[in-house]
Design a protein around this ligand. Structure first.
Ligand code: HSE
Length: 441
């Protein structure tokens, strides 16, 4: 039997909420297994948490409420940031990096919006800033794209990367009611945040997509250029009509390389029911990645939850600990996967994309209305692929159209004109069709 190393690596955890608490518990539960994998013992020597639960921290040498004390203590080798948000998380991570510590963070908002700055500091100091748990919880998608698919030119990726949003759409699909009712259920079950805006308006997914796009295409993190649209305008009727056309509706984060530039967009999407991604339900996450050599690969699993997310945090910790044990003087992997980034690739505005579209038009059931709508679409060179007209409710019939590929800028103008028709009563609901739906993969 080989000898187990007695070397100790000190770890400090800042934030003992769901993810931090889960990380502490997992490190305790699997400590023997982890030591054998690393060849050293990972010891949680410090914790900082807003309110101390003495039972939880009784075996820890240093516990307190000041995370900066952890960032400043020279005996801490690796700091884990599981506080979330920007303030004080940014300053804690920055301090720890400047003090020459490796950092593991689960904070997607921090990485997506302030990561460029933090990675620069990490690089200068020769330390690792790891963030596997910031995207898709327990699914090791960062490592898969950055390391496993490193030989490929990534063509596109698309993911269900917000569990709360997927839960809501899944429930609405199975007839649980309107958006507001199902959201309430998600809150009661503890999936959605008390303020669920980040989940349902797509901001959480946009953070994750920003991070994945940088790794996939070698571009700087550009959260402000990621188009973000939530799911609050989706109705059970849209889900039913999409179903009749052979699609389900999923809230996807899509990153796509085109000749004009890179598309980064989060929005409700029509997805062919036959695709594997269409069958990822509830709070599950999944990411489909297409590389030019490997083709399409799919990664799925739990996107949130204490133990699942801790699994990714501890995986990062193990990587860094191996790095420490090996005595490496600089990180093996550039954090975003590329040693030389592509700084000048344009990120396309949503109006510059081309897509196929689902339109729900609330119209008066009158002779000639369809002809007027077709004529507007034709004048913007938008051709119709399918039409379904439903029964009238209070004299208004929903006309459902599926278009062929069209320019979004032109479609916006066409929608404006359609909404101005006397026979159209209300807003047109538009949902984009997944760009890879018809492709062989
Ligand atoms: N609120 C997030 C979700 C948690 O619902 O997916 C994980 O990032």
């Amino acid at each position: 039997m080989s000898k187990v190393s007695t070397r100790i690596i000190n770890v400090g955890i800042c934030g003992l909420g769901t993810v931090g608490g889960g990380t502490l518990a997992l490190l305790n539960k699997n400590s023997a297994e982890i030591s054998r994998r690393v060849g050293a013992s990972l010891q949680v020597s410090h914790v900082a948490t807003r309110s101390l639960n003495y039972e939880q921290v009784s075996n820890i040498h240093h516990s307190g409420t000041d995370p900066f004390a952890v960032a400043d203590d020279p005996s801490v080798d690796i700091l884990i940031e599981t506080i979330g948000g920007y303030d004080p998380a940014f300053d804690i991570v920055k301090k720890a990096l400047l003090n020459g510590k490796h950092v593991v963070t689960a904070n997607k908002a921090l990485v997506a919006e302030r990561g460029n700055e933090l990675f620069e500091i990490a690089e200068k100091k020769g330390v690792v800033l790891a963030f596997e748990s910031s995207v898709a919880g327990g699914i090791p998608i960062i490592k898969a794209v950055r390391e496993g698919l490193a030989a490929n030119k990534i063509n596109w990726l698309a993911g269900i990367i917000n569990g709360t949003g997927n839960f809501i759409l899944t429930e609405m699909t199975s007839g649980a009611g309107q958006f507001e009712e199902v959201l309430k259920e998600a809150q009661e079950l503890g999936y959605a945040e008390a303020d669920p805006t980040f989940d349902v308006e797509g901001i959480d997914a946009a953070h994750k997509l920003t991070i994945m796009s940088s790794i996939a295409f070698g571009i700087p993190l550009q959260f402000d250029k990621t188009y973000t649209e939530g799911i609050s305008s989706i109705t059970p009727e849209d889900i039913r009509y999409a179903d009749e056309l052979g699609y389900c509706i999923k809230h996807l984060g899509i990153a796509l390389r085109t000749e004009k530039g890179i598309e980064m967009r989060v929005h409700p999407t029509l997805l062919s029911k036959s695709r594997l991604l269409a069958n990822v339900n509830g709070v599950g996450n999944a990411v489909l990645v297409h590389g030019d050599a490997v083709g399409a690969t799919l990664y799925s699993g739990p996107g949130a939850g204490a133990e699942a997310t801790a699994s990714a945090v501890v995986a990062d910790l193990i990587d860094i600990a191996r790095h420490v044990v090996a005595g490496a003087t600089s990180p093996i992997y550039p954090p975003l996967g590329y040693t030389q980034k592509y700084d000048d690739v344009p990120i396309l505005h949503i109006e510059d994309i081309d897509a196929e579209y689902y339109l729900r038009i609330p119209a008066i059931d009158r002779v000639g209305v369809m002809a007027k709508i077709s004529s507007i679409l034709q004048s913007f060179e938008i051709s119709i692929e399918a039409v379904i007209q439903k029964e009238a409710v209070n004299g208004v019939v929903p006309i459902i159209l599926l278009t062929h590929r069209a320019a979004e800028r032109k479609l916006n103008l066409a929608i404006q004109d359609i909404e101005m028709l006397e026979d159209v009563k209300g807003k047109v609901n538009r949902i984009r069709v997944a760009p890879f739906d018809r492709a062989e993969t």
